[in-house]
Design a protein around this ligand. Structure first.
Ligand code: BG6
Length: 491
């Protein structure tokens, strides 16, 4: 065959929290990301809280759970990049026109929960927020671009985090259900493809980051409990989507971790199997098969987790099976049963460094073959349609004196990964689309930087928030346009 299927969905992906901005110039409320400063390649984004006794504390984002009785706060004079982001809120017509020129078949975007429900607990959504996404969908329709909508891309309203402790509280499910149902009802004529939660498994990955911090046990308990609440909310959303419109297709979204055993030692291979269970399958099996996998009990016991469940929970999980599998893929790492190894970076994963691979400026392994493995592993396990909804290279771009931007490194990275998708198609995997991450430069999720760029479209904004926001096409823009127009034949 050696060809992509007809109607293959070529696209690019974004999230509301990383592109929209518009805080202060619209009625949207603050969400979790708005409360984090910009980091650098080597220093973390910082979260600020005020404790019950009135004292303030700043700590690296995700390094701890919000302490009980504390609230997220803003500190005057600090720069919070997600509040303005790249101002898609005011530039969406211009940006979607560029996506039209690129020839996109699908645009992955998320809805900002705190734009529809500024505090999170309102009974009715905000009309201005509702109207905004209607306008975005109308604009996409003009260019025949199919929206692929992530209902949650970590845009929890600060109001709910501060009042009930966010996903630690089971009450969060009710608030989310109201928000998700609103979205599904309101946009039922505009959207066919939905994702419930972005990278639902990445909370588990954060547990790797805090090894040795002393509070691993407490963090494991809150992480698995929060995840349980989100899995229930995801199942409710899938069920509601199917009730509201039978044509709706709903997917899970997993930060997919490909791990290789560092050596042929049998212990390293067992470690690989257990790492995949923990990082990928625990969450994915529950969303695809509608039940916790057989090894869940082992994981809970190993981490002394006592999951609080209600009587109907298992039944609700069974009713919320997804229709397709979506995932992000950036890099791979190695695992070993040994304690002592050279650690590599990566999208949340922190395995051992692979001596056979090249690493990006941010220390992420570049491994196109891993994407072919991922697609085969996923399809082999579930046999449901798959789509890659994030893949890309974060790199520093330079604007030449004549305003052009040459980014052969990005083209090379994407080309090799698209070839790997094609190989998987030839292996027989049912892949119906591919979205690069960040067709337009956006605020980096982990570092809060602007100069870690992924786009085909450059945005004039720096790491301190200075810039004209002017959009410029990079060389990769024309390259991807050709890829789409030739349905992946001209790479
Ligand atoms: C994924 C997220 O984890 O990785 C995106 O879903 C994120 O939101 C992407 O932007 C790349 O990570 P980063 O930190 O380089 O922006």
């Amino acid at each position: 065959m050696d060809k992509f299927p007809e109607n293959f969905l070529w696209g690019t992906a974004t999230s509301a929290m990383q592109i929209e901005g518009g805080y202060g110039s619209s009625r949207r409320g603050l969400n979790f990301n708005d409360m984090n400063t910009a980091g650098t390649r080597t220093s973390a984004r910082m979260t600020s809280v005020v404790h019950a006794d009135g004292t303030y504390e700043q700590y690296p984002m995700f390094s701890k759970d919000l302490p009980a009785g504390s609230k997220l706060v803003s500190i005057d004079g600090l720069y919070y990049p997600n509040r303005e982001a790249i101002d898609f809120y005011h530039h969406y017509k211009e940006d979607i026109a560029l996506f039209g020129e690129l020839g996109l078949k699908v645009f992955r975007m998320s809805i900002m929960w705190s734009r529809l429900f500024p505090n999170g607990d309102e009974e009715r959504p905000d009309e201005e927020g509702i109207a905004f996404y209607h306008s975005v969908f109308d604009e996409l329709k003009k260019y025949d671009i199919e929206p692929l909508v992530t209902i949650w891309h970590s845009e929890d309203p600060v109001g709910l985090i501060n009042s009930i402790g966010g996903w630690n509280s089971r009450k969060m499910i009710e608030h989310f259900d109201r928000y998700a149902r609103t979205v599904l009802e309101e946009y039922k004529d505009d959207v066919r493809y939905w994702l419930t939660f972005n990278e639902l498994n990445n909370g588990i990955m954060f547990l790797d980051w805090i090894k040795g911090s002393g509070d691993e046990k407490e963090r494991a308990q809150t992480t698995f409990q929060q995840l349980h609440h989100k899995l229930i909310a995801s199942a409710h959303t899938v069920k509601a989507a199917h009730e509201i419109n039978k044509e709706n297709k709903v997917g899970c979204m997993i930060a997919y971790a490909v791990n290789y055993p560092l050596t042929p030692a049998p212990e390293d291979n067992m470690k690989r199997i257990e790492t995949a269970e923990w990082l990928n399958w625990y969450t994915a099996d529950t969303q695809v098969k509608g039940r916790y996998p057989y090894f869940a009990e082992k994981i809970w016991n190993e981490h002394s987790v006592r999951l609080q469940m209600e009587e109907n929970d298992l039944c609700e999980l069974a009713q919320g099976k997804v229709d397709f599998f979506s995932f992000s893929y950036y890099s791979t790492s190695c695992v070993t049963a040994k304690e002592d190894y050279e650690v590599s970076g990566g999208n949340f994963t922190m395995g051992a460094k692979n001596p056979y691979l090249q690493y990006s400026e941010w220390g992420w392994a570049m491994d196109p073959s891993g994407l072919r493995y991922a697609l085969n592993e996923i399809y082999g396990r579930y046999e449901i349609p798959c789509i890659v909804v994030e893949n890309g290279l974060g790199a520093v771009d330079r604007i030449e004196e004549d305003g052009t931007i040459h980014d052969p490194y990005r083209i090379e990275y994407l080309r090799e990964h698209i070839k790997a998708v094609k190989d998987a198609v030839n292996d027989g995997v049912d892949v119906f689309g591919y979205c690069s991450w960040g067709g337009i430069d956006e605020i980096s999720a982990a570092s809060g930087q602007m100069n870690k760029r992924y786009g085909f479209i450059h945005v004039d904004l720096d790491d301190e928030g200075n810039g004209s926001l002017k959009r410029r096409k990079k060389d990769s823009f024309d390259w991807y346009k050709k890829v789409i127009a030739s349905n992946g034949e001209e790479l």
